[in-house]
Ligand binder design. Structure first.
Ligand code: SAH
Length: 245
């Protein structure tokens, strides 16, 4: 069978990678991924054939993985965090579904610890109630759609997890996000910003919705904005679930 694993490798460190992710890599003879992710797992794949390339080459990378699997290889396509959260899992299945047949392949999606969850753990317990994740990247999604979803999240008093909050070319969207959410949330709403969770240069900051735009936020950061019950105690952000204590 043409075997393809789509592997979420977690945030970066070995302890937060699942055993099934490690096993999938072991079972593969070819590993495909973005350079940075290949680098994070290099000691696990020393005996493997490696195909790596830069960002924004996702379609090429997936098509190459599918061709290699169709030739009888066992291929792992790696994504950081979870492969099904702004990762490669959907694209692999979509391409096979459109251009081949899913019955010709054995595709296994291996879950991983997504950035929202690893960042939340570093901050304490901010995601204890209903939350949404919104990517601020307008590369594949129109800004109007993102804006509308921010309004809906604000209206629903959801905790908001922002992926892709800022890049060199997208510095304004975090400010616009703040403006939208201030229509619904208090300026004092706790905000946690985690950069490079569980990697060597990890850094976390706790601030407020009013002040978050003055913080250091980049493309390796995840931003978590609380709901109306979220509070801060020392270095922890806590969203009550509602228990009486
Ligand atoms: N599939 C990934 C998300 C890819 S989108 C996952 O499930 O985690 C890329 C965005 O994820 C980044 O812009 C950043 O917002 C977030 N991210 C990925 N790794 C991170 C890490 N180690 N620490 C903090 N945020 C991270």
């Amino acid at each position: 069978m043409n075997k393809l694993y789509v592997v979420g490798i977690g945030p970066g460190n070995r302890e937060n990678m699942t055993l099934s992710a490690v096993n999938a890599l072991k079972d593969s003879n070819i590993i495909i991924g973005y350079d940075t992710y290949i680098d994070l797992i290099k000691d696990l794949i020393i005996d493997k054939e490696i195909v790596s390339n830069g960002m924004r080459k996702e379609v090429d990378r997936c098509k190459e993985a599918i061709v290699l699997a169709s030739k009888g290889n066992t291929v792992s396509v790696v994504s950081s965090g979870d492969a099904g959260v702004y990762g490669m899992a959907g694209l692999i299945l979509e391409i096979i579904s459109k251009e081949y047949s899913l019955s010709e392949f054995d595709v296994q999606v291996i879950p991983g610890v997504t950035a929202g969850n690893s960042s939340a753990a570093i901050l304490g317990a901010p995601l204890m109630h209903d939350y949404v994740t919104i990517s601020l990247s307008d590369w594949l999604t129109k800004w109007e759609t993102i804006e509308n979803r921010l309004h809906c999240a604000g209206k629903g008093d959801f905790i908001v997890v922002l992926y892709n909050p800022k890049s060199k070319s997208r510095t304004e969207y975090i400010k616009k996000t703040q403006e939208i959410l201030l229509n619904y949330k208090s300026p004092q709403t706790p905000v946690g910003i985690v950069k490079s969770a569980f990697r060597d240069d990890q850094n976390s900051q706790i601030t407020t919705l009013k002040q978050m735009v003055d913080c250091d936020i980049d493309m390796f950061s995840t931003v978590i904005i609380g709901n109306s019950n979220t509070f801060v105690d020392g270095e922890y952000i806590i969203t009550p679930r509602g228990y009486s204590i």
